[in-house]
Design a binder for this molecule. Structure first.
Ligand SMILES: NC(=O)c1ccc[n+]([C@@H]2O[C@H](COP(=O)([O-])OP(=O)(O)OC[C@H]3O[C@@H](n4cnc5c(N)ncnc54)[C@H](O)[C@@H]3O)[C@@H](O)[C@H]2O)c1
Length: 434
């Protein structure tokens, strides 16, 4: 039995042992401990608030901006779809003053009244918007999955460092104390030596085939497609559903993978590196002419420290850390463990404690003031999504891969190395923001 097959069989063990879990809310000692960290940026005086621009006015971008407006003034909204932009302009009109509306994000970045960019575009647009904003001297809150390719992330990390940008990746689970506690317990040996991590992700949709449809009025579809190949609009490949196509995203492997891989990397202490071995499989065939990102999948990873990880839609949503002395499971609603004492006993005074933030947006604006790195800075966002990209590449190639996380290259594998970047459709390649 190879490692991939043995992962499939362990899945049953995982399901059974979860039944024996000792459920718990956040323990009192941790809450007590956390009280002193509630350090979201206090509101600034009315005339001393940064100007915020929202680029990509969908549900998430508007949600982020609604949060951000506690710390600044929304001065511009930008979208290639007039309807989306109009909705955002209405939502962020304050005291009778509407934000300026611009279709082209490059025009937004020319404005001196814009200090902060909220990037709520689809995944395939994140990097060009982020790189251009970095070069324009803006600070950035960018949605996850941070990139479409590993190469995009390498470029972004380099430029963020060079320009001293304050950059927060929108992986907000990092600012949820439940996830932080789980990672602190694991990193301090509470479950013994960490051996296995289960990253449970949702199942993606298996739908289609879809037929071409007229492009909705007010939408610049070519601009929407951007670097992605020119494909006809079909009513299921723009706005929210872009996630289920490899042209724009990676399906649930990157959509939720961005969140839970980030936590697994944090707990494993590998947030600035990555796995060394990846073996992924698609478990169901997709419908021809329909969504093409794998709906059902299982990816086995191995890290240089010996820790093994499975990311799959076959396990319950969340992250389960298994060690030699027990396990901890965490998701957005619960933190459970193999025994209650594991959670209830306070960590010793000399324990390794992790970056504390209980407010992801507040942490970003606080860092804009202090110029210190936010909790999910570009390098961490890049490394977390690289794990997901590696899984997608292995699934799409249908074979195991060896990865060198220092060089960020596959080992002796010319074919796989081609997948580290992608051909970008002109004019939406890097010259678009030169
Ligand atoms: N952090 C989270 O929990 C979370 C939750 C949901 C979505 N997201 C992420 O947020 C991003 C947006 O997701 P969504 O669900 O809001 O998608 P959406 O499709 O509803 O919104 C994206 C918007 O960007 C616009 N757009 C596309 N290209 C553009 C460009 N070049 N310039 C300006 N605007 C452009 C689209 O017209 C659309 O209005 C995705 O990357 C998604 O993964 C994160």
């Amino acid at each position: 039995m190879n490692q991939f097959e043995s992962s499939l069989s362990r899945r049953h063990f995982f399901k059974q042992s979860t039944v024996a879990a000792a459920a718990a809310t956040l323990p009192g000692w941790f809450l007590q401990d956390s009280r002193s960290y509630a350090a979201a940026a206090p509101p600034r005086s009315a005339n001393d608030k940064p100007g915020i621009a929202l680029v990509g006015c969908g549900g998430q971008g508007r949600g982020d901006t609604n949060w951000a407006k506690n710390y600044g003034n929304v001065v511009a909204v930008c979208d290639i779809d007039e309807n989306q932009m109009e909705q955002a302009a209405k939502q962020f009109t304050a005291d009778g003053k509407a934000p300026v509306k611009l279709k082209d994000f490059r025009r937004v970045l020319e404005r001196d009244d814009v200090h902060v960019v909220i990037n709520g575009t689809p995944d395939h647009w994140h990097t060009l918007v982020n790189l251009a904003a970095v070069r324009a001297g803006k600070d950035i809150y960018s949605e996850k999955p941070l990139t479409l390719t590993i190469d995009e992330g390498k470029r972004l990390v380099g430029e963020v460092k060079k320009w001293g940008t304050i950059f927060q990746t929108g992986s907000q689970q990092r600012s949820d104390p439940r996830f932080r506690l789980a990672c602190e317990l694991v990193r301090n040996g509470r479950i013994g030596k960490l051996q296995y991590m289960w990253v449970g992700l949702p199942t993606g949709p298996r739908e289609g085939p879809f037929s071409p449809q007229p492009v909705p009025a007010g939408m610049d579809y070519d601009f929407y497609l951007g670097q992605a190949p020119k494909v006809p609009y079909n009513g299921h490949n723009a706005h929210w559903n872009f996630r289920w196509w490899y042209a724009f995203s990676g399906g649930q492997m990157t959509d939720w993978g961005a969140h839970h891989n980030d936590i697994a990397q944090w707990g494993n202490g590998t947030e600035r590196t990555g796995p060394v071995y990846i073996d992924g499989r698609q478990l169901k065939t997709m419908i021809p002419g329909g969504y093409d990102a794998a709906s059902d999948y299982m990816v086995y990873f191995k890290y240089a420290n010996g820790v093994q990880m499975i990311a799959t839609n076959q396990a319950p949503n969340g992250v389960r850390f298994e060690g030699t002395d027990g396990w901890v499971f965490v998701d957005r609603g619960q933190l459970t463990a193999s025994k209650k004492e594991l959670l209830e006993e306070p960590l010793p005074a000399n324990a390794e404690r992790l970056y504390k933030s209980d407010n992801h947006m507040g942490n970003f604006f606080e860092c804009i003031r202090t110029r210190k790195p936010p909790i999910c800075e570009a390098e961490i966002g890049h490394r977390s999504i690289s794990v997901a990209h590696l899984g997608v590449i292995s699934v799409r190639l249908g074979r195991p891969l060896q990865w060198n996380p220092d060089k960020e290259q596959f080992v002796g594998d010319r074919e796989a190395n081609k997948w580290v970047s992608r051909e970008m459709r002109k004019p939406y390649d890097y010259s678009f923001i030169a």
